[in-house]
Design a binder for this molecule. Structure first.
Ligand SMILES: [Zn+2]
Length: 284
């Protein structure tokens, strides 16, 4: 048994996962809004301790809030993949986290916030097959590269619950948005790998908990189809002479819907679109 509460908004959503004995934040949202969400997390914890902050990858809207929460809940440990922990030590990555967070702050009219973006600390790194004890069940790390090199999903065999990294696609309304930023082939492998786990519930980054074996199976099938069709479409348009900007517009028309807008800032869409086009048109 577990409960899942959503925290944050506007692209900085993350979750509080609780069992009868353990609690974990799944990701941690934007740096700029983290301080303002501590009260909300405390309310949802109802006096319980926070055991973990479990990160799916190193992006600013997932890992950026973690140093603020690690300070507010000193008993918790931050868990990520090994490569994500390395990314947080790179000045270029820290600079991008700060830039993207500043852009989110502007959107939310946050004029000032304490900058802890260079202080993202990981207490424990996990790799494929490592488990996290949630008391009533375990969460097993499942390496799912493709969105980033560092993307990790987590699976509970007991609950058949998949906490999905963005690699498998983000479900926004009825639309599955491809999120392959570093490799199309790795993304397809990661979708197939997570599909084979037999999940009966999928928690999507920024989104909702999808429940039901048939619903989960249908998602994986649709996600593979969406990826294949999007790749074929982009390759065709590129072969016909469309420029990079025109390809971005095509992606925007298909995937930047009213539902997507709620969870992805326009700046992040444009940043990602360039990578997605490269992944889908440069590999075989
Ligand atoms: Zn991401």
């Amino acid at each position: 048994m577990y409960t899942i509460d959503k925290i944050g908004r506007g692209g900085g959503e993350f979750f509080l996962l609780a069992t009868s004995t353990h609690t974990a934040l799944i990701d941690s949202g934007f740096p700029c809004s983290a301080e303002s969400l501590i009260g909300d997390i405390k309310d949802k914890l109802k006096g319980r301790a926070l055991n973990y902050i479990i990160l799916t990858h190193s992006h600013y809207d997932h890992a950026g809030g973690s140093p603020y929460f690690r300070r507010a809940f000193p008993e918790c440990s931050v868990i990520s993949g090994e490569y994500a922990a390395y990314v947080f030590t790179r000045p270029g990555a820290v600079k991008l986290i700060k830039e993207m967070s500043d852009s989110a702050a502007t959107r939310f009219n946050i004029t000032e916030y304490e900058d802890l973006t260079g202080k993202i600390k990981v207490d424990r790194t996990v790799k494929e097959g490592d488990t996290i004890d949630m008391g009533d069940f375990t969460l097993r790390a499942v390496e799912t590269p493709g969105h980033t090199k560092c993307s990790l999903s987590y699976y509970s065999p007991e609950e058949k619950l998949l906490i999905a990294a963005e690699t498998i696609g983000v479900l926004a309304g009825d639309i599955i948005t491809p999120c392959c930023l570093v490799s199309y082939d790795a993304t397809i492998e990661s979708i197939k790998k997570t599909a084979s786990l037999g999940a009966e519930a999928i928690l999507f980054s920024h989104g909702e908990l999808l429940k039901g074996k048939n619903e989960c199976d249908a998602f994986f099938e649709n996600s593979l189809k969406t990826h294949e069709e999007t790749k074929a479409m982009l390759k065709k348009e590129k072969a016909e002479g469309k420029t990079q900007d025109e390809l971005v517009s095509i992606l925007k028309k298909h995937f930047y819907t009213e539902e997507t807008k709620k969870i992805q800032p326009e700046k992040a869409f444009y940043l990602n679109a360039g990578y997605i086009i490269n992944c889908m048109t440069k590999e075989n």
